[in-house]
Design a binder for this molecule. Structure first.
Ligand SMILES: Cc1cc2nc3c(=O)[nH]c(=O)nc-3n(C[C@H](O)[C@H](O)[C@H](O)COP(=O)(O)OP(=O)(O)OC[C@H]3O[C@@H](n4cnc5c(N)ncnc54)[C@H](O)[C@@H]3O)c2cc1C
Length: 607
């Protein structure tokens, strides 16, 4: 065990340090390993336990296996789904590269479900249309309802190939805490992590750092995220003086299991399932007469909330809706949606081949994130242009290349992981190999004198100090409730302003939190203290950015500004945490010019 009482820190040098081993981190590792760069992949959990494993529905690409389809239709849907806040150059790159990406995954062994002719099976998903909104498209390439599981294993196995494996070292069960930047150039130079199994610190130094830390909706009472999704990538950036982009846009997925939050994939509605209110009415007919239950997620979640608000909710509290799929038949459900059957049965005792599943909107995904350009480089904004941070990249859900704008379409995220993960890995490799950056670090034996001292002292104080006067759980529990109440599907100015003050209160209380478990072996309490701190940061930027955005767009819906306001708000939020602990906001124009395609001009979004 490394002895932290004497400040003993292990230091190791790499070419590339990747934080996160979900789909995005692994897609990056394939590239850096292939480029023969010494790569460290740090993950709080074993790679194949990352949240990507739980993705159900599929991954989008206009393969046209089931019906006519083109990337430009996929691009249009993504621009529209994003409520015109997505950057159209990034969206073009993303949708154009989708078919190639899927075929590469197939060649790497991803076991897609098949059509009768042996082609990759594709299902319908919300907001995915043919011919610029005319008809429903089948675009989500699926492996039954275990698409993320297959994707993650395919990518992981790829890194184990004999030509890649020697270059990729996994540091599983390491908890990353701090990003280091060179004082002079601002370049990323490494990361400090806690070895969860043995205790003690590990300083990972590299020419490039890639963040792939995933989502962060655990600050809401009802959410779909894994335990490890605490937004640490955002928080490490905020603490290092870097911005988070568009944090106000939190996606609520319409069909979380009532009372638990676990996800029931939109693929259920894609396969013909539909929502009902307490009167047994298929209420989506009213809100999205053309595509009904396959409208985009923000629209369906708001419709469900309206039904509940108007007294047509189900159950003793009249607070949820029902998802009916028994009419699809037992054989079909067990073949195409076996994981859904299991989830509903295990969590609420419902056999969905016979009865509907009780559902409610659940915090699911973050459209915003660490701002990146089309090379997956992390950027800041100088008032006129975006400036890349040397050596720092981000990919996957923690990043914001502005593909999803203010509302992500289902099955665009798995695609995002693979496309942006690959870009981050390939561009980091290119930078190291072609530009030959110089290490700004002191010789290895002195690195620990320069970096991480404050965090190490802080952890040492936790081990040396008492249990604290405030219990961590008290803040967690309260925060989940207040965020759920004040920052949910509908947003009200007074409540958001109240939440900002409540969050400041949590920040003060957090200072009184101590550590009760003093063990160095698997001290999950220590990790949770950092998770909690991180989610307070995340909540602050989410809430303040939402309060500042005086319009309704995508997932951000305000009662006092119910309309989208393109004249004033076609701009991205860049939020930083000032030294005095205040959130500072800059605005950056949306890039409406695609690479080669014509611009899709904003128009009213109807489904
Ligand atoms: C239940 C569910 C179903 C979904 N279904 C679909 C779908 O069908 N289609 C689709 O397109 N999208 C889907 N999504 C969204 C999509 O799966 C996620 O956005 C995506 O998997 C995120 O991948 P990632 O690689 O960015 O992060 P993750 O897979 O979440 O990985 C994050 C990594 O960061 C590491 N990490 C986090 N904190 C730390 C730390 N402090 N120290 C070290 N490591 C850390 C973790 O260990 C993990 O390895 C779904 C999401 C959920 C929650």
């Amino acid at each position: 065990m490394a002895d932290i009482s004497t400040g003993n820190v292990r230091v190791e040098e790499f070419d590339v340090v990747i934080v996160g081993a979900g789909g995005a981190g692994l897609a990056a590792a394939v590239q850096t390993g292939q480029a023969k760069l010494k790569t460290a992949v740090i993950s709080e959990v074993y790679p194949t336990r990352s949240h990507t494993v739980s993705a159900q529905g599929g991954i989008n690409a206009a393969l046209a296996n089931m019906d006519e389809d083109y990337w430009i239709w996929h691009m249009y849907d993504t621009v529209k789904g994003a409520d015109y806040l997505g950057d159209q150059d990034a969206i073009e790159y993303f949708t154009k590269n989708a078919p190639k990406t899927i075929l590469e995954l197939e060649h790497w062994g991803m076991p897609f479900s098949r059509t009768e002719e042996g082609k990759i099976y594709q299902r319908a998903f919300g907001g995915q249309m043919r011919n610029f909104g005319e008809d429903i498209a089948h675009r989500a390439c699926a492996v039954a309802d275990r698409s993320g599981h297959s994707l993650l294993h395919t990518l992981f196995e790829r890194t184990l190939r004999p030509d890649i494996a020697p270059y990729v070292s996994y540091y599983s069960e390491y908890y990353a805490m701090e990003l280091f930047r060179d004082e002079e150039t601002g370049a990323a130079v490494g990361v400090l992590a806690w070895d969860m199994v043995n205790g003690g610190f590990h300083l990972f130094i590299g020419y490039a750092v890639i963040f792939a830390t995933g989502g962060n909706t655990r600050n809401f009472r009802t959410n779909t995220n894994a335990h490890v999704n605490a937004g640490i990538g955002w928080t490490m950036c905020l603490k290092a003086g870097l911005p988070v982009k568009d944090p106000e846009f939190v996606q609520f997925h319409p069909t979380g299991i009532y009372g638990v939050g676990n996800l029931i994939t939109e693929g259920v509605r894609g396969e013909g399932g539909y929502l009902l209110n307490s009167k047994g009415e298929r209420f989506m007919k009213k809100y999205a007469p053309h595509v009904l239950d396959l409208a985009s997620r923000d629209v369906v979640s708001r419709s469900m909330a309206m039904e509940v608000m108007e007294g047509r909710g189900v159950g003793p509290k009249k607070d949820h809706c029902l998802l009916k799929l028994d009419h699809l038949g037992r054989d079909f459900i067990m073949d195409k949606l076996p994981g859904i059957w299991e989830l509903a049965y295990k969590f609420v005792g419902v056999d969905c081949t016979k009865e509907p599943i009780p559902v409610q909107p659940t915090a699911h995904y973050h459209m915003g994130g660490i701002p990146t350009n089309v090379n997956a480089e992390v950027v800041t904004y100088d008032g006129e242009k975006e400036i890349p941070v040397p050596g720092l990249y981000a990919a996957g859900e923690c990043a914001c290349p502005s593909v999803h704008g203010s509302n992500r379409l289902g099955c665009n995220s798995l695609l995002d992981l693979v496309v942006t993960g690959k870009l981050a890995g390939a561009n980091a490799a290119k930078w190291i190999i072609e530009d030959k950056p110089v290490f700004p670090n002191p010789p290895i034996e002195f690195v620990a004198d320069k970096y991480g001292k404050e965090t190490i002292e802080r952890v040492k104080a936790y081990f040396d100090g008492g249990p604290g006067t405030i219990k961590m759980d008290d803040i967690w529990e309260d925060m989940r409730d207040t965020m759920q109440e004040n920052m949910s599907v509908f947003r009200i100015e007074k409540m958001m302003a109240k939440e900002v003050e409540i969050l400041k209160g949590y920040e003060e209380k957090f200072k009184e939190v101590g550590l009760t478990d003093k063990s160095h072996t698997f001290n999950t309490e220590l990790a949770e203290i950092f998770d909690l701190e991180s989610l307070i940061y995340v909540s602050r930027v989410e809430t303040e950015a939402a309060l500042a955005r005086k319009e309704s767009r995508g997932a951000h819906s305000r009662d006092d500004y119910p309309e989208r306001d393109d004249a004033n708000w076609m701009k991205h939020t860049f939020a930083t945490m000032g030294k005095d602990g205040n959130v500072e906001i800059q605005y950056v124009p949306v890039r409406t010019k695609p690479l080669t395609a014509p611009t899709f001009q904003p128009k009213k979004r109807v489904y």
